[in-house]
Design a protein around this ligand. Structure first.
Ligand code: HAM
Length: 416
């Protein structure tokens, strides 16, 4: 028997009500904070990620799924959506719209990671990007606020934000030097020996237990920030204080993507060491992709991690089924007429259940009870002949025959 590919999952009907609630909350939060929806293709040129996310990141080095088209182009299944959104912004000249442009998106992405709880090869993100404008620290704070409020909206409690600044083109080289000096004296893993050469900041991101221990003694980037970056960071924190968003400073937080500068952050809930949402400022990304300099900041939340967190919350468990009438038919003729009656109900925007594929009356009545339908409409041979239908109150069992032409009116009256 076939199985879904490793690390990739079906989303079954039972899971959709929870997801729908999450997406509804996302849309409401996006609308309130004035984000407009954008959608980009699942496939993009691989160079977009090599240049945008960075050649020496785990995402590009180890995790990207690449395919070759028949024409010989190399396309990647997107491993993240910030670079595609900026590609789209540049391609369509969206800088001509009022700035900053606030965009949000939902969608699947792909990373060839080692599958485990909360870490999949195909997963979904909800993202918010604030693009253009003046690079104001306010937008860094707003990226955190929108994600935080969304997580609160889906009833996730005990949220904490870890935040750091990784400086800019001016001050980061100093920090890199301090980091290299420190790490040269340590015995790190094979990957980190390579990182030391190619991308020293990534040393702080290593998951190896020994390297995690070494990281604790590494110099803090906050001591190396230039005056402008220090001021920017201070203002971000002041904005967070203003709206009572609790945060803690994590000077070793560097994130796994190379496009960030200044503020970076991750949002957690108590008892889970995988981030629910993460993001930061990325002022250089548009230039890295060949566009004009465009300050920006943003955040993305992992939908699967959110579902796993809220699944057992009572609001997500009690899925209320809206009461609907249930159409029961007896015989072939009524099956055909039943089908057209359903269309009549649709025209009137009145929901209706049916199992026209089942012929047994008792099986259909059983299903009507299971679906908690308050009314069953019983359509037998005699009724079809007389152009009438039986309306049965499912609670009392009382039945009444009404003309077919009046059934919608009658149901509407009873369901009022
Ligand atoms: P990221 O930290 O790679 O950032 O991913 C954002 C979120 O996606 C994570 O916080 C996590 O909830 C979820 N996530 C990441 N990897 C997996 C996985 N393998 N399985 C399940 N969930 C996962 C970005 O992608 C940036 N583009 C975020 C951003 C937007 N920065 C600025 N704007």
């Amino acid at each position: 028997m076939f199985q879904s590919p490793k690390g990739m999952h079906d989303i079954l009907p039972s899971e959709w009500p929870t997801l729908e609630k999450i997406y509804k909350a996302a849309k409401e939060v996006a609308e309130f904070y004035n984000f407009s929806r954008v959608e980009t293709p699942i496939l993009e040129s691989i160079d977009l990620f090599v240049r945008g996310v960075g050649e020496a990141t785990d995402i590009v080095e180890k995790e990207i799924f690449v395919l070759k088209t028949k024409g010989g182009d190399k396309l990647a299944l997107r491993p993240e959506l910030t670079a595609p959104v900026i590609r789209s912004y540049l391609q369509h000249g969206l800088h001509r719209l009022p700035q900053p442009l606030k965009l949000f998106y939902f969608g699947p992405l792909f990373r060839h990671e080692k599958p485990q709880a909360g870490r999949y090869r195909q997963f979904n993100q909800l993202g918010f990007e604030i693009i253009g404008g003046e690079g104001d620290p306010l937008y860094d704070a707003q990226s955190i606020i929108v994600a935080y409020r969304f997580l609160e909206e889906v009833r996730i409690k005990n949220l904490t934000v870890q935040v750091n600044s990784i400086g800019c083109r001016v001050c980061r080289p100093n920090y890199r030097r301090r980091l290299i000096d420190y790490y040269k004296k340590q015995k790190v893993c094979r990957d980190c020996t390579r990182r030391l050469e190619k991308n020293p900041l990534r040393l702080l991101d290593c998951k190896n237990t020994n390297c995690a221990q070494i990281k604790l003694g590494a110099p803090s980037i906050l001591d190396s920030l230039c005056t402008t970056c220090k001021r920017h960071f201070k203002e971000v924190l002041e904005f967070l204080d203003e709206v009572n968003i609790p945060y803690s400073l994590n000077p070793h937080l560097v994130r796994g993507l190379d496009y960030y500068n200044r503020t970076v952050f991750e949002i957690f809930t108590e008892g889970n060491d995988l981030a629910l949402a993460s993001g930061g400022r990325y002022d250089y990304l548009a230039e890295m992709l060949g566009g004009r300099s465009t300050p920006a900041s943003g955040v993305a939340a992992g939908i699967e991690r959110i579902v796993e967190t809220v699944r057992n919350e009572p609001v997500f468990q009690n899925q209320r089924i809206k009461p609907k009438v249930f159409l029961i038919h007896v015989g072939e003729v009524t099956k055909k007429k039943g089908l057209s009656l359903i269309e009549e109900f649709r025209k009137e925007d009145m929901p209706i259940f049916e199992v026209l594929g089942k012929d047994s009356l008792s099986a259909q009545l059983e299903r009507a009870a299971k679906m908690k339908s308050p009314i069953a409409l019983i359509f037998g041979q005699k009724e079809a002949y007389e152009e009438s239908i039986i309306v049965r109150d499912m609670e009392t069992g009382v039945q009444e025959s009404v003309p077919l032409s009046k059934v919608i009116e009658e149901v509407r009256r009873r369901l009022k």
